[in-house]
Structures are given as C-alpha cells and as structure tokens.
Design a protein around this ligand. Structure first.
Ligand SMILES: [Zn+2]
Ligand SMILES: [Zn+2]
Length: 283
C-alpha cells in the first residue's frame, strides 16, 4: 500500500463498466476516490468492432482515452485499460488475453504502464452458414453469459449487431444476414467489451491486482512509487568452470519520475550459478 496518491480523485476512463472491478481495488490500496464519467464515449478513438480503427498502438490508445477523460473531468489522475489478443509464437493456436493498464498522474508527471497476459479467454470468430451452427458455436463460447457480435463479414462496417441478449435475438440477427440475396454466411465473434465478457473482466481485475502489488516499491531518491524493473543483467558465472550462464544477476530498477536507476542483486540465485544450469558443465 502506498499513500502517495492519498485523498485524491481518480477518473476511470471506461465505457464498459470496468469500474466494477477497478474502483474497489484502487480505493482500498491507493486511498483514492474513483469516479466514472456519465456518457463517456471513446469510440472516436477506435471501436472494438473495428468500424473505426484504433489510432496508433495500444499504449497510444490508452493515453488518448485517459487524457480525454482527465481533460473533460478536470481530474489530474486517471486509469484506463486496453485489450488485445496475443498468440504465443511457439503455440500459435493458443490465444491469450493481453491487458494493458495505464495510470497517469499529471500532478507528479508520472506514468505507470502494466502488462498482463492470461491464457484464460474465449476470444474467437468464425463464419457460420446455418442457425444450428450458430446455436452450437454460441454455447461453446459461453453465450449468453458472454456476448456475441454478428456481422455480415469479418471486417465489414455494415450490418454489425452488438446488442444481442438471448438466443432468439441471436437467431433473428443471423437469419437477417443469411436470408439476404447472394449471402450464404454470416460472421460471428466473441464480444470482448468488459461488460459483455466476464472472463475479460476477471483478467482486468487480475491485471490491476498485479499492478498494485508492484506499485509499492519507492524510488530511494525521490520517493515516487513504481520503482520498477526496466532491465535485467544476465550471465551469472558457474561456480565450477566460472563461465557465464543464462542466469540473471541483477534487476535494473528505474524511477519513472526522476529516472534514477539502481542495480538490485537477485538474491535467490546466490553469487554463482549451479553447474547444473551451465551449458559447459551440463551440455
Ligand atoms: Zn525518483
Ligand atoms: Zn560450468
């Protein structure tokens, strides 16, 4: 727990009820008072359903939203989060939920960026050609507990149905597309907006919890929190042959405010690496 932000207001830049999980966590751990903006709309910066392309990368998008929320609310502290899915390069069929959480503190000129990866996600999308197919697939994807979006084509800007609440509405929506002349298939995808996807909401909660676990370490020079790991120094020597191994020696911490850096010895590996870990002694 850090009292660096104590008694300040913090705006949660969200359109999709992320405050449900974010507000209680931040209020308890940072002693701030969180609020959301009524009718907050960030669709101009890009929508989930790709009618409007997201500007820049995830971090740019998070910054835009948070700054916009802070500007219109006259608040100098804010949080926002962005989602994307992540395919492991060695396991391309397993998708992960990649969550970026950003806190900006204008008063102290501080930016806290946190990444969280979770394999727990229902992210999916495919073309279907029959009502039976859509019923079966939607069950596999956790509908109606998790939302589903119906569209004419994967990247089509027309015929996007984002407000489907039950099976009969889903059938109707798909039927509308399948009964169009010359159209034999419809594209359905999981809705990843937090309020329509409890699995993603859980991932946002986990991400913020992790961020808060890491926020407490303070810079020894200016006492700003978030004295975070920015680099690792490798190649701890093997005690038998003294050749370098792939074990790390130091964590490099950098203050996001004053840029002071410090090498912190990773104690758990000791002063020398076990020959078992050495490519020379244990090829
Ligand atoms: Zn500092
Ligand atoms: Zn060795």
């Amino acid at each position: 727990m850090t009292n660096y932000f104590k008694n300040r207001n913090l705006v949660i830049a969200t359109m999709h009820q992320k405050e449900v999980v974010i507000k209680p966590l931040l209020e308890k751990e940072l002693w701030v008072s969180c609020f959301v903006l009524k009718d907050f709309n960030t669709d101009i910066f890009g929508t989930f359903t790709r009618e409007i392309k997201r500007t820049g990368d995830m971090l740019d998008a998070a910054r835009l939203k948070i700054n916009y929320a802070m500007d219109i609310s006259w608040c100098d502290l804010g949080i926002s989060s962005e989602w994307s899915f992540w395919s492991h390069y060695w396991l391309p069929l397993i998708n992960s939920n990649f969550e970026l959480t950003l806190i900006i503190d204008r008063k102290n000129n501080l930016e806290i960026i946190w990444h969280h990866l979770s394999p727990d996600t229902n992210v999916n999308g495919k073309y279907i050609t029959s009502i039976e197919d859509v019923i079966k697939t939607s069950k596999d994807w956790g509908f109606p507990g998790h939302g589903i979006i119906v569209r004419l084509k994967e990247n089509s800007r027309f015929f996007i149905d984002k407000d489907i609440n039950n099976e009969s509405e889903l059938e109707k929506s798909v039927y509308k597309i399948l009964s169009l002349p010359f159209i034999k298939k419809a594209y359905i995808e999981t809705d990843m907006r937090a309020n329509r996807n409890p699995t993603r909401m859980k991932n946002i909660e986990l991400s913020v919890k992790d961020l808060l676990k890491n926020i407490n370490l303070e810079c020894p020079k200016c006492w700003t929190p978030w004295f975070t790991i920015t680099d690792i120094e490798w190649w701890l020597a093997c005690w038998l042959c003294l050749l370098p191994t792939s074990i790390p020696i130091y964590e490099i911490h950098t203050c996001s405010k004053c840029k002071f850096t410090q090498k912190v010895k990773i104690e758990k590996y000791g002063n020398y690496a076990d020959p078992w870990e050495c490519l020379h002694c244990n090829p």
